[in-house]
Design a protein around this ligand. Structure first.
Ligand code: SIN
Length: 486
């Protein structure tokens, strides 16, 4: 498939690595990128050599020293230009995203706007990095607190939101006066390259935002161990997050880790069931279940289970599986064969342990790509893998409870702590439950919680740090205390 024939702006189709403002391709080994809707090759992308990694770092160091000297307003203007270019090129960016990642075009466009919203937000926050003063203990002293850029930063970004997850790391870094070396997922490198190309066009200086592709383990080790990289931000699995945490110890760098989740979604008898049904569908089937905030466990009070299942089955019957480029498709493929095998094995395990399947439960026999039928499964207890593992696919797993205490116990019965949801009309109950949920994010009567202006992040095994909002930029700043004796 010739991807560039689908684009108005052919400059957005880049298959090299980006170092010091130049796209480098020649004499590099390449890896294949495929379209998960039909498994066809769409590009060969260059891998960084060992020397490329060193060059990326050296240019990042130089570019950061110059960038931090710019005024906040100058940085803000460049970020704002970048935002505007993304808006102007949103159709092409969405097309690239759909072809390499699989999500339907309308959802891909939403991701582009979601990613752009971080760049817009941080173009504004760049101007609001304010220090403060403290009344000194000694009358002959003055105490001042300054916020300064942490320095050279690195980002390792995932395939499920290849545009937005990169944007939400790079934007606060650049706004704070840092540089960024990014290693996007090898499954979806083209969205990252297109975004970076627009950054150059917007006036982001050469070397400030470098993109390296290639072997994750090798690049990950390089980024962790370099002492001149002062911050690493990662979105991905808890397993890889632990490895990065351990490998960053010797360089003592600051870390943001946005890791796996196992979100409960609790529905109490007082809930508006139509609204809860919408919330479940949105939180579960966004990106075909491949988000770390997807509801993983639907916990419903036994008195409303049948009614809820009927409503959900009706909604699921309206989903249309297919290639994201086709009109009316609501649900794309899974990312690769391993994902398909994982999802099938979770369903098989649940059925073996007494779960009843209401719909789906198998790989699509009609479509050729990596399509799994949207599934609703009723689980008798929590002694199944579905309860404990992050699903990352289109399985709605339903469990019942009798009392509030039981619901909270089930909800917190996981080492993860990213997102959670509850549906109730009882304000006392809402307050009791949201305070007891051991999660970084609680959605009340809504299934959509992500936005650029809020602190997104988990606790426990779901990671460290926040992305987005006022907190997101602090991750890229150091707080310097100045004691001034007069
Ligand atoms: C993720 O799945 O990693 C992020 C999802 C979001 O930002 O909503």
């Amino acid at each position: 498939m010739n991807l560039s024939q689908h684009l108005k702006n052919k400059q957005l189709f880049k298959t090299g690595i980006l170092i010091n403002g130049k796209w480098i391709k020649q004499d590099r080994t390449t890896f294949e990128v495929t379209n998960p809707s039909n498994k066809q090759q769409i590009a060969q992308v260059s891998q960084a050599t060992d020397q490329d990694l060193i060059d990326a770092l050296d240019t990042s160091i130089v570019a950061q020293l110059e960038w931090r000297q710019k005024s906040a307003k100058q940085r803000s203007i460049i970020l704002r230009n970048w935002y505007q270019l993304i808006i102007d090129n949103q159709d092409d960016l969405a097309t690239i995203l759909t072809i390499e990642q699989g999500k339907p075009l309308s959802e891909a466009r939403n991701e582009i706007l979601y990613g752009a919203s971080y760049i817009e937000w941080y173009s504004e926050e760049a101007k609001r990095i304010n220090g403060y003063t403290i009344a000194a203990n000694n009358p002959n002293q003055r105490v001042q607190i300054n916020f300064e850029p942490i320095g050279v930063c690195a980002a390792i970004t995932p395939w499920n939101f290849p545009n937005a997850m990169l944007a939400r790391k790079v934007a606060p870094a650049l706004a704070a006066g840092c540089s960024m070396i990014a290693k996007p997922s090898s499954l979806t490198p083209l969205s990252a390259n297109a975004l970076a190309n627009l950054a150059l066009e917007a006036g982001v200086p050469a070397g400030l935002f470098n993109i390296i592709h290639g072997h994750s383990g090798k690049i990950g080790e390089f980024l962790c161990t370099q002492t001149s990289i002062r911050k690493l931000s990662f979105t991905g699995s808890t397993e890889v997050g632990i490895w990065l945490y351990q490998n960053c110890a010797n360089s003592m760098k600051k870390l943001s880790l946005e890791l796996g989740g196992n979100a409960p979604l609790i529905i109490f008898p007082s809930a508006d069931l139509d609204n809860a049904t919408i919330g479940i569908m949105q939180s579960k089937f966004r990106n075909n279940g491949q988000t770390c905030v997807c509801s993983n466990r639907i916990l419903v009070h036994s008195s409303i289970k049948h009614e809820l299942i009927t409503k959900l089955l009706n909604q699921i019957s309206m989903l249309k599986l297919g290639s994201g480029l086709e009109p009316n498709v609501t649900t794309g493929p899974l990312i690769n064969n391993n994902a398909l095998i994982h999802i099938q094995s979770l369903v098989n395990d649940a059925i073996k342990n007494g779960a009843s399947l209401h719909t789906g439960g198998r790989i699509s026999s009609e479509l050729q790509g990596l399509f799994f039928e949207p599934t609703l499964i009723e689980c008798p207890n929590n002694n199944i893998r579905l309860f404990h593992e992050e699903i990352f696919g289109p399985i709605l797993a339903i469990y019942t409870f009798e009392t509030e205490e039981e619901a909270i116990k089930l909800a917190n019965q996981t080492p993860y702590g990213l997102a959670s949801y509850l549906f109730s009309q009882d304000i006392g109950q809402i307050n009791r439950i949201m305070e007891q949920l051991q999660y970084g994010i609680v959605g009340v009567n809504t299934g959509l919680v992500s936005a650029e202006n809020v602190p997104f992040g988990g606790i426990k095994m779901s990671g460290l740090g926040k992305e987005g909002g006022k907190s997101g930029i602090k991750e890229y700043l150091i707080e310097k205390y100045i004691c001034l004796s007069l």
